[in-house]
Write a protein that binds this ligand. Sequence first.
Ligand code: ZN
Length: 189
Amino acid sequence: MSEFTPTWQQPSHPDLIKVVKGDEPYQAAAYSLVSLPAGALFSKITTATPASQDTYTSVANGENSRIELNSDLVYCNHSCDPSLVFDMTKFEVRVSDRRPLAVGDALTFFYPSSEWKMVQPFKCGCNAGAACLGYIAGASAIPSSVLSRYWLNDHVRAFLDRSSNGSEQMAHNMPQSAAEGARVEGAKA
Ligand SMILES: [Zn+2]
């Protein structure tokens, strides 16, 4: 697959976002042109349109709902230590609660905060150091103890609540022998 072609007028956020396109496909990245305090509004998402399929540029905004951003916000890459959150309930992008945003910072968000199961899992190359989770396949593939360190969208929290209450996730999280035991117990009941 070739890299997508923007359908919008660029730059879409000339006062906020600097897009740097790499020499190779998929190397594009976004950098901040502003400094803002932690938790501040970075940008409202005003140009979204429904996405009918799991394109890699689309963002989940509900359990069965996805949108295309149709703006340079699409160049915000994944990081395991992100500078932004994409709030797909309020349709706004905010600075992470963890730290302020400085001019020149890479604009990134935590893809599993909106994606329960990613269509295109990838090996993460972010610069979060020891905090990098390594392989990103969506929130469903991350232990809830790790997810609890991150801001998550409501629909991902809903998935998580259901899965952590369900036997499937319990068995998944238990050591193999305990999981076997649980299945035997379940069979007797
Ligand atoms: Zn990472």
